[in-house]
Each structure stands twice: as structure tokens, then as C-alpha cells.
Design a protein around this ligand. Structure first.
Ligand SMILES: [Fe+2]
Length: 367
């Protein structure tokens, strides 16, 4: 499908900044201890532990990428984004409503907090690239291929341990106002829509996979995803691992600890990641992935129809509860609040999206 529908988010000609990467996610958690135990089994390392906050990191950086904060409910508090341009940082400080924190939010890096159209706080930090990276583990895993035995006389070692997480890769946000929020991330941070998914009947766009524009330097296919939703919420977060073995090692460890897998192992279609999804003790989806697509800024936006099958090329059957299509009282209340506050929410789009999300991806799976 080549023609882009008119109401789709597009890359901005003159964005306010060109951001470089997702920095962190902040979550409120009622039970900090169970969440902390879970995320260590998931593969994150604790950087700092206080009574009301625990910070975690991956191996790629000493800076925290995951903040669990004591709260009276489980919810998304905010996210962080890195810039590699100090000029861009200074420009964002001047946006009306922006809040400047000299001592940073969850690290000591000065940050400016903006608010996306849903009201979500977005902390923006200027970090020179070289100061944000640990060296990549150079160990090469040896695979045997037909005609090329690279592991001659060597059995495959197998360790029992949590995954070694490289970094926070992406976060998927549901928003009541899809286009307004998606366009804000494009216009404010120069993000590029890598792929957009549209509904089969109305052809309305409902999901956009956004990547950072780093020119000729490769970026993840998506670092932020915006999807239409009944509520404004965090759908899942994903962490980058080295390879398939690392994904399977993490899965084995979590299953051995008594946690239940949500969906996996499989390979996505848009972004191509080999994925494995789990749920944390609060029920939030978290993903281990490897081998995701990397694009520079030359790749144009792709447009695709949305359905459950469009989420994967191969993999385990997708369980019915992987996509949360249930209508709770809380969700309906949020929807009503959104409507009376004047948000542009399309009920027909939400109904069509729910209908599409309830169709099983394989004929033999009866939902
Ligand atoms: Fe994902």
C-alpha cells in the first residue's frame, strides 16, 4: 500500500529538536519489593535503592533506564528522552509550560520536562553520545551452518541465569487522541514514522512506529509507538538483548522462577524483532527482544493493514489475553472523562479497532 492516508502522522520538516534515544521509563508501583525482585529476574541491575524508589540499568550504560517508584497504585509516571544536541536542549527549555530541573529527575543530568498532549511528563536530557555508552560485549556466539561448522568439536554451553539486558529499546503508549500525540512526538523530537497501521474498513491510522532521526546513523525501527486507545496508558516496554539464545535464556529463567510467559517466542513483522513477552507482578507487559530492524533516515514510511496476524511472522499462537480488549468500568470512566474534557475521541474507530483485535490470527485458534 503506497498512498498515505491524510490523517497520518508525518515526519516534520522543521522539528523543534532531533532527539537521539529513549532514556528511561518511570513507573509507580504499589508493591515495590515484588516489582524489584521481578525486574532483577528479568535481567535489569539495580543502580540505586531507596525506600521509595529503585533505579535499574542495562549493560549499555551506567545511567538508569527503569525507575520503580513507591505509589498507591500501579501506573505510568513518565518517560525520559536523550538529545545529543545542546542547542536543541536550550530550545526545548523555552517552550511554554516546560519545567527545568537543574539536578535532573532520576539521575544528576539537568533535564527539561515537557508534557505531551495527553499530559504525560517527558523529561528531556542533553547527553553527549560518548558519555552514555558502555563498550558492547565483543564475544561472538558461534553457530554451525550447513557447510560452515564454526563450532567444530565444541558443545554449546548453556547457563542458567537471567537475560543480560543491553538497553531499554522501546515503549508503546496508548492514547485517546492518536494523531495529536503522534504528531507531537514527530514535531517536538523529529521522530520519523517507520510504519503506520490502518484499520481495514475505515482505513483510519491507529498505530505508528516512530524512530529517531539520526541522519545516516542507524536507529531502532521504533523507540516510541503511539496507538489508539480507550485510555492513555503504557501498553508495553521492550528491552534489547544480544541474540535469540539470550531471549531463550531469559525465558527459561523466568519460567523456572514460576513466572508465566505472556507470548513468545516469535518474530515480529514490523520491526522484525525476535520477541518474548512476559507480565510483571502488576500485570504490565514487558518484552525481551533481539535482532530488531535498524534504519537510517532514508527509509520511507510504510503503510499496512492492522490485524493480529500483522503482529508476527512466526511464533507461538498468540493468546487471547495478549491484547487487552476487555471493557472495564475504569476504562469507560477514563473514556467518559476524555470526552467531556473536549478531547477528539472517535468512538467508531475504537469500536472497529476492538473488533479487529478480537479476530484470532489463526483459523484454528477459537477466541
Ligand atoms: Fe515491542
Amino acid at each position: 500500500m503506497k498512498q498515505i492516508p491524510s490523517a497520518c502522522p508525518v515526519r516534520s520538516d522543521r522539528p523543534l529538536s532531533k532527539a537521539a534515544d529513549i532514556a528511561y521509563i518511570r513507573l509507580g508501583r504499589e508493591n515495590l519489593e515484588s516489582a524489584s525482585e521481578y525486574y532483577q529476574d528479568f535481567g535489569l541491575d539495580i543502580v540505586e535503592k531507596k525506600e521509595d524508589r529503585i533505579l535499574f540499568r542495562g549493560n549499555s550504560s551506567d545511567l538508569p533506564c527503569w525507575s520503580l517508584e513507591k505509589a498507591d497504585r500501579d501506573f505510568l509516571i513518565g518517560l525520559g528522552i536523550y538529545l545529543h544536541s545542546s542547542e536543541d536542549f536550550e530550545r526545548l527549555k523555552t517552550i511554554p509550560g516546560a519545567e527545568f530541573l537543574q539536578n535532573g529527575r532520576i539521575n544528576s543530568i539537568p533535564c527539561v520536562t515537557l508534557f505531551d498532549p495527553s499530559g504525560l511528563p517527558v523529561d528531556v536530557m542533553y547527553v553527549p553520545e560518548e558519555k552514555n555508552k558502555n563498550p558492547i560485549d565483543p564475544t561472538e556466539e558461534l553457530w554451525n551452518y550447513p557447510g560452515e561448522s564454526r563450532r567444530a568439536n565444541l558443545p554449546r554451553p548453556c547457563e542458567s541465569r537471567p537475560s543480560k539486558i543491553n538497553r531499554l529499546g522501546h515503549a508503546v503508549f496508548l492514547k485517546q487522541e492518536f494523531l495529536k500525540n503522534a504528531s507531537w512526538y514527530c514535531d517536538t523530537f523529529g521522530m520519523i514514522p517507520s510504519d503506520i497501521q490502518i484499520l481495514p474498513e475505515s482505513k483510519e491510522p491507529v498505530i505508528v512506529f516512530l524512530r529517531f532521526d539520526r541522519g545516516e546513523i542507524l536507529s531502532d525501527h521504533h523507540s516510541i509507538v503511539i496507538a489508539s486507545g480507550i485510555t492513555d496508558s503504557l501498553e508495553h516496554c521492550a528491552f534489547e538483548l544480544k541474540d535469540l539464545d539470550e531471549v531463550a535464556t531469559g525465558r527459561e529463567w523466568l519460567l523456572g522462577k514460576g513466572y508465566h510467559s505472556s507470548w513468545g517466542i516469535g518474530r515480529h513483522l514490523l520491526g522484525s524483532q525476535i520477541f518474548d513477552y512476559h507480565r510483571d507482578p502488576a500485570g504490565m507487559l514487558v518484552e525481551h527482544y533481539a535482532d530488531g530492524d535498524k534504519f537510517d533516515n532514508s527509509v520511507p514510511t510504510g503503510i499496512h493493514l492492522i490485524n493480529r496476524k500483522s503482529l508476527y511472522q512466526w511464533g507461538e499462537n498468540m493468546p487471547k489475553d495478549f491484547l487487552d480488549t476487555k471493557l472495564s468500568l475504569q476504562k469507560l470512566l477514563e473514556l467518559w472523562k476524555g470526552i467531556i474534557s473536549g478531547r477528539r475521541i472517535s468512538i467508531p474507530i475504537l469500536i472497529e479497532l476492538k473488533k479487529v483485535a478480537e479476530i484470532s490470527p489463526r483459523t484454528w485458534i477459537k477466541y
